[in-house]
Design a protein around this ligand. Structure first.
Ligand SMILES: Nc1ncnc2c1ncn2[C@@H]1O[C@H](COP(=O)(O)OP(=O)(O)O)[C@@H](O)[C@H]1O
Ligand SMILES: [Mg+2]
Length: 238
């Protein structure tokens, strides 16, 4: 794998929301390239459009204008059914508020993405393997003893590690994290950042958004979202 291979190329992204008769322009021409194996932080003030941008990069939302290419595939040309499969397989999401399902155990939360990408018959064939992978992920994340617990029985930091396990379940090429430490105290947040750094050292491509400069500095490259556009810093030729 060459470091010069781009996993993601976003060009001229615009996003506007219509609020009654007003149009709120959030993104006004964002250009961003992400190489395989990079750990990029997108920093910006609250309300600057970081979540909007991350959702578009992960095909959870569509730009009003502009193109996102994921390994050269134009996401706007993928139909909605295939887009769900694409997202499930290629992209892992970690959110500020974890979004775990409280009715399911920790282990079930982690292997859920393997289930939802398959038919019932397909799931029956691979469930043992999927459960083993989920157990391995929990062990790597220091949560082996928590597999049978419910999310509400865990601390915030533990819940976020479960969410990271779930995001990694299908071995996504891209991990997107939206303020992953935003709900945690700083020591616990640092633990989560260490998990992300370790994943990145093992080759995982990560794009993380945060409003906190101190957190952004953990990434190898920081880009700043200002007035709907990206201001590149420490970015060499990009
Ligand atoms: N679905 C939506 N409808 C209308 N406005 C929205 C919607 N989502 C986000 N916005 C607006 O877009 C702006 C950027 O939001 P967001 O991307 O969540 O910013 P950030 O994550 O940087 O805090 C905000 O002004 C927000 O109110
Ligand atoms: Mg946000």
């Amino acid at each position: 794998m060459s470091k010069n291979d781009f996993i993601l190329k976003a060009e001229g992204l615009h996003k506007s929301y219509r609020m009654g008769t007003n149009e709120v322009r959030v993104l006004k021409g964002v250009n961003l390239n992400v190489r395989k194996g990079e750990f990029v932080a997108i920093i910006g003030a609250s309300g600057s459009g970081k979540s909007t941008l991350l959702h578009i990069l992960g095909a959870l939302d569509k730009p009003t204008r502009g193109v996102v290419r994921f390994e050269k595939r134009d996401l706007s040309r993928i139909g909605s059914g295939e887009l769900n499969r694409f997202r499930n397989k290629m992209v892992g999401f970690v959110f500020q508020f974890y979004h775990l399902l409280d009715e399911l155990s920790v282990l079930e939360n982690v292997f859920l993405p393997a289930m939802t990408s398959r038919s019932i018959a397909g799931w029956l064939v691979c469930r043992r393997q999927a459960k083993n992978r989920a157990k391995e992920l929990l062990a790597q994340l220091g949560l082996a003893e928590r597999a049978k617990h419910k999310p509400y029985q865990l601390s915030g930091g533990e819940r976020q590690r479960v969410a990271i396990g779930r995001a990694l379940m299908n071995e996504p090429k891209l991990l997107l994290a939206d303020e992953p430490t935003g709900n945690l105290d700083s020591a616990t947040g640092n633990g989560i950042l260490e998990v992300l750094e370790k994943l990145n050292r093992a080759g995982q491509t990560i794009v993380m958004v945060t409003h906190d400069e101190r957190i952004a500095r953990k990434a190898e490259r920081i880009v700043t979202l200002v007035d709907g556009k990206i201001e590149h810093k420490n970015s060499g030729s990009l």
